[in-house]
Design a protein around this ligand. Structure first.
Ligand code: PLP
Ligand code: SF4
Length: 445
């Protein structure tokens, strides 16, 4: 299958999109100027149910909807587009709106970027002791864009908002010294948009230095199985990519494809099943993850079905995330109590083999906070929380409590129970201040 991608400038060359009602096209154009928009022929022809597209989760996954912007923002862009403003003026209006949408949640830029020999390591984040994220410069795009993407600033022009590593040599120097790092996660964007050839230019230095680092797992974060499964089946270098996977596994490295699936329908096409088989036949594992969102997947039956299908296809359910506080969050967000209900009902209806999944989890500045449950202690209703990952690994797996709040949708809206502070708050403030100084000293832009 030949890949055809659609964006704001060419989407009307697709018959289905061209024939959408004017209203839908306006939403695409107005919202798509602020939040990134890209779809492709596989999503349009095989995933979206056009008979019911208005409420179709897969349509909402890739296509900008009017309500994704606040009304005043929407009107500002619409006005700029229709009153003859120059492209630059439109861009400036949109940029101002973007900067109000919290483009870098959870202190990613200041707190997670490591320093080596006094220099910032570009394209690298090191937040949790064992795992380093690497953003290869050539993989900072995706086969289509999710409307809820928390990495959306990667796709909208402004260089200073972007993470990208030109090559992996500096990272290798860092890994040789930081032996606590066992896992490297190639992420983006989507590293599987790179050709096999380009991907191996980033990967080979990692493989060549295994004797001097402590790398044991290589993960690749990707949505290609959902957005373009042909990547692993019919693309002209699909065999080359599979041979690369095989060579990683042959070195005794655990290769984990961290696959992003949001809806069971993404697992139904013949091509995705074939792609999964091909990847699994290289010895790579596939672990799956997804955020939980209104309009997309806020239904426990859907999650149970999705996990079950994944397991039947030999994938391992890994994470259920909460919507990050960025972009069109208000459109997608559900409360913590609702996310927990969805998780609990789904989790309790599948067998233990599917219960490798953890969640719902909030990736916030101190770490990944999982909502373990809702409980009552001494007549006080509380959320039971725990870190599944933390900036300080001593915090991990220690339960803590927040006052139950029906409407809270992120950790910053929660109040500690039985105490005036969460146990990690003082230490977190120290970490915050020390890292912030690093940032300022290096004239971080
Ligand atoms: C989730 C995440 C990881 C990986 O954590 P695991 O618990 O090992 O899956 C690493 N870095 C960041 C910033 C993350 O959000
Ligand atoms: S695949 Fe991931 S990085 Fe790409 S648009 Fe979707 S959420 Fe964002």
């Amino acid at each position: 299958m030949e890949y055809k991608s659609y964006n704001l400038t060419n989407y009307k060359t697709n018959k289905i999109l061209k024939n959408l009602p004017q209203e839908a096209k306006e939403s695409i154009e107005v919202v798509g100027n602020v939040l990134p928009f890209k779809a492709n022929n596989y999503i349009i022809n095989e995933l979206i149910d056009w008979d019911n597209y208005i409420d179709d989760p897969l349509f909402h996954l890739c296509f900008p909807q009017k309500e994704m912007l606040r009304e005043n923002h929407y009107n500002m862009v619409k006005e700029a587009l229709h009153n003859g403003s120059s492209a630059e003026e439109v861009f400036n209006v949109c940029n101002a709106i973007r900067s109000e949408l919290n483009p870098h949640p959870s202190g990613q830029q200041c707190l997670n970027v490591p320093f080596f020999n006094g220099n910032r390591l570009n394209g690298v984040q090191h937040k949790y002791r064992e795992t380093v994220l690497f953003f290869p410069g050539s993989g900072q795009t995706c086969h289509a864009y999710c409307s809820f993407c928390f990495r959306w600033p990667q796709f909208v022009g402004k260089k200073s908002l972007r993470f990208a590593g030109k090559e992996s040599h500096d990272l290798i120097k860092y890994l040789k010294v930081h032996k606590e790092v066992t896992d490297i996660l190639f992420t983006g964007g989507d590293p599987m948009t790179m050709s096999a050839n380009v991907f191996s230019k980033y990967l080979n230095p990692v493989l060549d230095s295994l004797a001097e680092t402590n790398i044991q797992t290589i993960r690749i974060g990707t949505k290609a199985l959902s957005f373009w499964p042909y990547r692993f089946v019919t693309d002209k270098d699909s065999e080359d990519m599979l041979r690369i996977f095989e060579s990683i596994v042959k070195k005794g490295i655990n290769l984990a494809i961290m696959a992003h699936f949001n809806h069971p329908r993404e697992l139904d096409t013949n091509i995705v099943k074939e792609a999964i088989l091909k990847i699994r036949s290289t010895g790579a594992q596939i672990r799956t993850q997804s955020p939980v969102f209104k309009h997309i997947n806020n239904d426990p039956l859907l999650w149970a079905e999705m996990w079950r299908k994944q397991v039947n296809l030999n994938c391992i359910p890994y994470y259920m995330f909460m919507a990050r506080d960025t972009g069109a969050k208000e459109y997608f967000e559900i409360s913590i109590s609702e996310a927990h209900r969805i998780f609990k009902e789904a989790y309790s209806s599948v067998s233990g083999i599917c219960r490798t999944v953890r969640g719902p989890s909030m990736s916030c500045t101190p770490g990944k906070v999982m909502v373990s449950g809702i409980s009552e202690i001494h007549n006080e209703k509380v959320f039971v929380l725990r870190f599944i990952q933390a900036r300080n690994s001593d915090w991990v797996a220690k339960p803590f409590f927040a006052k139950y709040d029906e409407n809270a949708s992120w950790i910053n809206e929660l109040k500690p129970a039985f105490s005036d502070k969460f146990f990690f708050e003082d230490e977190m403030a120290e970490i915050y201040h020390s890292k912030l100084t690093d940032c300022e000293e290096n004239k971080f832009e």
